[in-house]
Design a binder for this molecule. Sequence first.
Ligand SMILES: [Zn+2]
Length: 309
Amino acid sequence: MVMMPGTVHIFLFHRVSPVRNAMWDPVDPLLFDRMIGAISRRFRVVQLERLLQGEYALQHEKRDIAAIVFDDGYQDNLEYALPVLKRHNCAASLYVITGCLTNGIPTWNYEVDYLIANTRKKEAFADNEIYKGPLSFNTHAERIRFSTSFKYDLKQIGNTLRLQIINELRTQLDDVAPPVNPMLNWDGARELYNEGIYIGSHTVTHPVLIRLTDEEIRRELSDSRAEIRANLGYDPVTVAYPMGYYNDRVKRIAFEAGYSSGLTVKEVKHSLGNDRLAITRIQLFNESWLKFQLRSRGYIHTIKRIIKR
Ligand SMILES: [Zn+2]
């Protein structure tokens, strides 16, 4: 019987790139290097899936335990994150949106940001169940605000309506050329896997799972699992819920689909005795060193809790 540590700090990243993006800024590679350096000094960094399977002998480890994970599956993870992880000798896991890898398309969230950031038009006209009439986004600040609230609204509705509304936006903003695809393909995912990065599921299309029917959830979870098996040769044990949304129904279907762990987003370390289908992760951003320090130590969560009281 291997002794398990009590808690694990799981640090979540998305993009790592030197190219700045006003809508959703990737972590700069120099900052990423500094963060990974700090994390690997402060913690014993392990691979999440191996930790959950009790594969580490950690009984003599004095440091706290941490894991590093990525969501979505961006090409820049291979280009910029992997060399840093190797230099610091850090294991990691990546949860991929299998439909994006297979079809060579970005996430719907990315497409919305891209359309709004790059159109020369100042407004679009909506005619759907959620929006009717003009949607305006003239200045830079308005575009950021619009995209944020538009994506928020799209997270509240089912798949079909969401795809319909995005399609309408795409048709209206026809002056924008399709984005250069920022996602990995399966060769890239295989390269990361061969470098020791565990690849798990982040669904097929990145929907908000709690808005779907049981059957739709099942398809998102089973089909992504099958695609990973077909491309990498194993059944992934972990699913990262898109944007962190889950409930008891999602957890049950995830378990039935063969996943033993499910990952969400919450700014607290995870207690290993707790629910394996609701594992909490601390998301890190391209922000000041002070914010990184506060966030990685769980202080931002504490501050928010105090403010809410
Ligand atoms: Zn995601």
